[in-house]
Write a protein that binds this ligand. Structure first.
Ligand SMILES: Cc1cc2nc3c(=O)[nH]c(=O)nc-3n(C[C@H](O)[C@H](O)[C@H](O)COP(=O)(O)OP(=O)(O)OC[C@H]3O[C@@H](n4cnc5c(N)ncnc54)[C@H](O)[C@@H]3O)c2cc1C
Length: 452
């Protein structure tokens, strides 16, 4: 049977672009890709990249303050959102251009349209044209969802935050995940009065309790009005603002409300069910360890499969797909011990098991230290950082490493190599400290603070 293409990729985000260009560039496969919005996808256009640039922007206010403590005569200026947003948009245009060129240079044919499936080898584009392919790869990512409540349409999501015509004076952020908590820090740093509601007992559910406890304490200390165990009861337009009644009995007016209450996979209205592609409880596309769906010619990678929703993971899944299907080298995706950073202020870096999860699994020792770092302490700040190792009593292996500190994302990338290699606590101990740094504490913790 002959096809128009060897591979048709639906979705030009992190995973889709990588899979398409490696399949075409490395194996000479005839590849097409459809993207309904902007190339680069969530990470480049409305996720990691613009978010991190906003984190950088938001950190300058503190830096100016601290510089004075270091002897600089310097006065805080005014943050110009319009100027920043213009530069941000230009940068995203530049990056989108790079993604388009990567595809073009690899020989991938691009269609700037929505695509759906008609049969196991046929894709239908929005203009009604149909294309056949030996393999189809779903890389359609996910989208933010607002809660089902009266007035929810008044709120914005992380997709909208980069396009605001002006920064609000006050904002209520609803949610306790990493996106909610990161934007609470960003907007607080940019001078917005931030209130955060989270219905659970502590933000950053699933991460190490001690680490997320410190992040939440520090966020409050920096001025974020964080309310745990709290949700919106009702919201309604009131003049230029939004009046919010909360489950804690308060009623307040905010300029904006942002929901960061969850994301859903983009797998609806794509013809999947009719073909027998299985979907899970959240609507995600169910795949095996090789990213193959229940229909052999259809694979899926990235957020649409809701495995570990991070850019480097989507990219790896894309590479493993090409290795398996186009290079004849079956490669399962390794989802173990993925280091990751939460760009809250302070930042958190983490790899492996939390103390709580590790203790459920086996007897452990916990090494942990919390202290005031030199740079901030000299500037008169009360900031604290945390360095923590969770160690198996039986094997001495480091099961989890958790860092809350400025630059924790950079630190955990490197600590992640050691943990992934199976380093023991003694391997950490015999590594000489780099002095004076914050991270030297990770190799100088002598006695466990507790066992469990
Ligand atoms: C605010 C925010 C911050 C984030 N920060 C980080 C971070 O710091 N680090 C990190 O690792 N990850 C981060 N992420 C997660 C990361 O962005 C995603 O894990 C990653 O983008 C997933 O890549 P993907 O290829 O699966 O999908 P996406 O990048 O979402 O790409 C999917 C693409 O498919 C397109 N599409 C969907 N349906 C169709 C269709 N039917 N036809 C044609 N095109 C279609 C979409 O327009 C989109 O461009 C963040 C996400 C958000 C929202």
């Amino acid at each position: 049977m002959s096809f128009d293409y060897d591979l048709f990729v639906i979705g030009g985000g992190s995973g889709g672009v990588r899979a398409a260009r490696v399949a075409a560039g490395d194996t000479g496969a005839k590849v097409a890709l459809a993207e309904e919005d902007r190339y680069g996808g969530t990470c480049v256009i409305r996720g990691c990249v613009p978010k991190k640039l906003m984190v950088f922007a938001s950190e300058y206010a503190d830096m100016v303050e601290d510089a004075k403590s270091y002897g600089w005569s310097i006065a805080p200026g005014r943050f110009d959102w319009t100027a920043f947003r213009g530069k941000l948009e230009a940068e995203l245009d530049r990056l989108e251009g790079i993604y388009r060129n990567l595809l073009k240079n690899a020989g991938v044919e691009s269609f700037d349209q929505r695509a759906r499936l008609v049969d196991p080898h046929t894709v239908e584009l929005a203009d009604g044209s149909r294309k056949t392919a030996r393999h189809i790869l779903l890389a359609t990512g996910g989208r933010p969802v607002k809660p089902d409540m009266p007035g929810a349409e008044l709120g914005i999501t992380s997709n909208d935050i980069f396009h605001l015509p002006e920064l609000p004076k006050s904002i209520l952020i609803v949610g306790g995940g990493y996106i909610a908590s990161e934007f609470a820090g960003i907007l607080n740093g940019l001078g917005v009065a931030v209130t955060q509601f989270y219905r659970g007992a502590q933000i950053l559910r699933g991460f190490d309790n001690e680490a997320r406890g410190l992040v939440s304490e520090e966020m409050r200390q920096r001025g974020i009005d964080l309310h745990l165990g709290t949700n919106i009861l009702e919201m309604a337009r009131d003049g230029d603002g939004i009046r919010v009644k909360a489950t804690n009995g308060t009623e307040r007016l905010f300029d904006q409300v942002m929901f960061a209450t969850g994301r859903a996979p983009n797998a609806d209205d794509m013809g999947l069910e009719a073909l027998g592609v299985e979907r899970g409880r959240k609507g995600e596309v169910v795949v095996d360890e090789y990213s193959q769906t229940a229909v052999p010619s259809i694979h899926a990678i990235g957020d649409v499969t809701d495995r570990v929703n991070l850019t480097p993971v989507a990219i790896r899944e894309g590479m493993a797909f090409v290795e398996t299907v186009f290079k004849g080298n079956p490669t399962p995706v390794d989802h173990e011990l993925i280091p990751t950073a939460i760009f809250t202020q302070p930042e958190m870096g983490t790899v492996g098991l939390s103390e709580e999860d590790a203790a459920e699994q086996e007897p452990i020792e916990v090494y942990s230290t919390s202290f005031k770092p030199m740079q901030q302490s000299f500037a008169g700040r009360a900031d604290r950082v945390l360095m923590k190792l969770v160690v198996s009593k039986a094997t001495r292996k480091v099961l989890g490493c958790h860092i809350v500190a400025p630059g924790a994302g950079e630190m955990i990338q490197l600590a992640g190599v050691a943990v992934k290699m199976g380093a023991t606590k003694e391997d950490f101990d015999r590594t000489v400290a780099v002095h004076p740094t914050m991270s030297e504490e990770i190799v100088t913790m002598k006695a466990p603070v507790r066992s469990a």
